[in-house]
Design a protein around this ligand. Structure first.
Ligand code: LMR
Length: 328
């Protein structure tokens, strides 16, 4: 009897120490290349998190849609098949949090400073809170940049978009934006864009230069217009149940790692986009066009009504609050 009890106690200790030694695994899935602002920041987070927790946490990165595509990754997060993602703010609509689509409104952020006023202030925090009811905790906003437009024909005036099939993310604001330009928007997963452009399934698209270059879209797009008409950023999110279940000291260490990775991400986003634009130019396959101030004003005038049209979906108060913050 005594032997049995001793054995049972030994087994308990052994399994406890095996359990204690097994690292907590964070599967972090994303859709872009490693050498993008998001890809590099994910790597930085992994390094910082593993160091700060002395290896008690292991972060496994799955870039470039290798594990899941846009829609699937959000489902996988809710099911707990992955623990961390950083989807673009244009992809939260299907989850039922359509307010994030405010970030897609054309010309809503006149500068990165205006954007940070929103993401780092009460509006940004309030939006992340809305994810809680979906079983998701929002940890940070990561930046990419302002978007360019591309196609196989020059896009100088808004009339040039008429009839073009343009790939968009799942956001209804982006749908409205393209329709306002007279184009036919088509939602496609990010991983499908290169092939869709190559085979003519769509004629053009929009993205910051870092995404365009790292997916080689410039090889299948003859024209790029530097329009900066809209913004692309991310929310770093985790499965709430997983996050809440972490030991408190681990969670604190991970929060610090995320803060530092976020500072790093913001510092490299613009530079990466500038370098990508240079690389696209250098590759020589795409003609780059910079809108003149007059053309920019015309694009703005054509696209500003999208803000009003989307009030019903996003909320007039939220749009007004963002505009007020952006104007500071
Ligand atoms: C896209 O789908 O165009 C982008 O949102 C991809 C990304 O995550 O940057």
């Amino acid at each position: 009897m005594k032997l049995k009890a001793t054995l049972a106690a030994l087994c308990a200790v052994a399994s406890f120490s095996a359990f204690a030694q097994a690292p907590i695994v964070i599967k972090f899935s994303h859709v872009v290349a490693t050498d993008t602002p998001k890809g590099q920041a994910a790597e930085r987070f992994k390094q910082l998190a593993e160091k700060a927790t002395n290896g008690r946490v292991k972060v496994e990165l799955y870039p470039n849609s290798q594990l899941y595509k846009d829609k699937e990754e959000l489902e996988a997060l809710q099911l707990g098949a992955v623990q961390m993602l950083a989807p673009s703010l244009a992809k939260f609509g299907p989850l039922g949090v359509k307010e994030f689509e405010a970030f897609d409104l054309p010309y809503i952020f006149p500068s990165k400073t205006a954007l940070y006023n929103v993401t780092e202030g009460p509006i940004g925090k309030g939006l992340l809170k809305k994810l809680e009811s979906k079983g998701i905790t929002g940890l940070a906003y990561w930046d990419n940049g302002f978007k360019v437009m591309s196609a196989n024909k020059p896009l100088r005036t808004t009339a040039d978009f008429k009839g073009l099939k343009m790939r968009i993310q799942s956001s209804k604001v982006l749908d409205a934006q393209m329709r306002t330009l007279g184009a036919n928007p088509q939602v496609l997963a990010f991983s499908e864009v290169y092939q869709a452009l190559q085979t003519g399934v769509v004629d053009g698209t929009e993205n910051p230069p870092s995404n365009m270059y790292t997916q080689k879209m410039h090889e299948v797009q003859k024209h790029v217009t530097v329009s900066n008409h809209g913004y692309l950023g991310y929310a770093v999110i985790v499965n709430k149940k997983f996050w809440d279940g972490l030991p408190a000291d681990i969670r604190t260490a991970l929060e610090t790692a995320m803060r530092d990775a976020t500072t790093f991400e913001k510092a490299i986003a613009q530079r990466d986009n500038d370098l990508a634009m240079e690389a696209i130019k250098k590759a020589g396959k795409t003609e780059i066009y910079n809108l003149s101030a007059k053309e920019q004003a015309e694009w703005r005038k054509a696209l500003l009504p999208v803000q009003k049209d989307m009030e019903g979906r996003i909320g007039k108060d939220l749009i007004q609050a963002i505009n007020k913050e952006a104007a500071k």
